[in-house]
Every structure is written in structure tokens, then in C-alpha cells.
Write a protein that binds this ligand. Sequence first.
Ligand code: ZN
Length: 243
Amino acid sequence: MDSRRRTVFQTSLMSALLDGVYDGDLTVAGLLEHGDFGLGTFNALDGEMLVLDGVCHRLRADGTAERASLDDRTPFAVVTPFEPTVGFDVTSRMSRADVVAQIIAREDSQNYLFAVRVRGRFESVTTRTVRKQQKPYPPMREAVKDEAIVTFEAVDGTVAGFRTPLYERGIGVPGGHVHFIDDEFTAGGHVLDFVLEHGRVDICKGTDLQLRLPLNESFGEADLDPADLDDQVRNAENSRPPR
Ligand code: ZN
């Protein structure tokens, strides 16, 4: 078993985001001190975040992307210094489920955090992106109702994020949570599904979790242990909203 220690840094909790804590006090500059790879969102849920090679991208609800400002703030983000520990080439068409099965087959255990990066040619990537919210903030289950779904086809890009152990429910997003950006850094979003034509998958095993909690009133007053937490996470992260 690989014995090197690697820290995954996270600001705030998924359960806080679900409860409508959409403003954080950590800047992008502060976040990037903890890693060159990761994902999250921005204050007021103004777009999805993807950090690749030390650059923080903002993916907006209309499917466009731009480089985030170092002064922008995040209410929830997870980053790590990305150092591939395991990887494999994909030479034939694979669904998201196929890629996940291959990743699981190569991990030595499901009990760590894994940063995952998939680079290549995608037949399709289906994404959704939160819309900027106005105060008073609704809980996530309301906020995702009007989110936009965008499907990119025949596109070169990167799908990146984390596989998080189920015991982290409430802290993070249990299972897979990945965002997409194209190679031109002009479009992307939170990934619902993809089909990879060919490419490369790299995985970085995280052994340590550094958790930073926001010092503000909305976090202090949030309900962080609701009875229907699992349903809320599923609704917010993994499923398509009702149409
Ligand atoms: Zn996301």
C-alpha cells in the first residue's frame, strides 16, 4: 500500500451548503494556498468552481467559463496538491460508470479520498450549473430547481473532482463529485454524466482531511444534521431536477 500522506483541504461542509450557507469568507487566493486541483462553488452560488494546474475557473449557468479573480470568495471548496499515484489510458469508448468501475478496481481501498482527473476526448458531457442566488437564500433543494442543463458533444476537455468515502456524508459529497471544463477553458459545469471516447485517467490518493469552518453567522446558525440529509445530497448533486 502506498504510504505517503497527502492532505485534502476543504472549506465549510456540504450540509452547510444544503442549508443555504452560500457565502464564505475564504478567498480564491487563500484556497489556492492549499492545493492546485479541486472544485467547489462561489459566493451566492454564482457558478461552479474547478481548479486545475493552480488556476481557478468559474463555470457559469449558461455553460460559459472564465478565470476566477483571486479576490472572489467561496462558501464551499475542496482542493489538494495533485500528484498522480495511479493512472491508466482509455483507448476505447467508456461510459462514466465504466470509468468509475476501472478507478475502483485500481484503488487499494475505498476508505480514502481520491482526487480524480480524466483528460481526453468526450463523446458527450452532460452538466448542470447552479444559478446565482439572491438573499434571503433558499436551501439547496430550492436553488437547484431552476438550474440549467447543458450537454457538450465531441469535445476535448477535463473532468475532475473527488471520490469521497460514504462515511464523509454531510462533510463532503459521498461518492463521485466531478466538474468539467473544455480544453479552451471556455465552457463547463457540474457533471451529471459523460461518455469518454479516449483519454487518460489519473488518481491521487488523499490520506489527511483538513477542514476549515467559516466564521460567520449563517454557518453558526445552520442545521448541519437534518434527518433527510441523504435525500438532500442526492437531490442537489447527483440527479437531474424535475422539469
Ligand atoms: Zn458540483
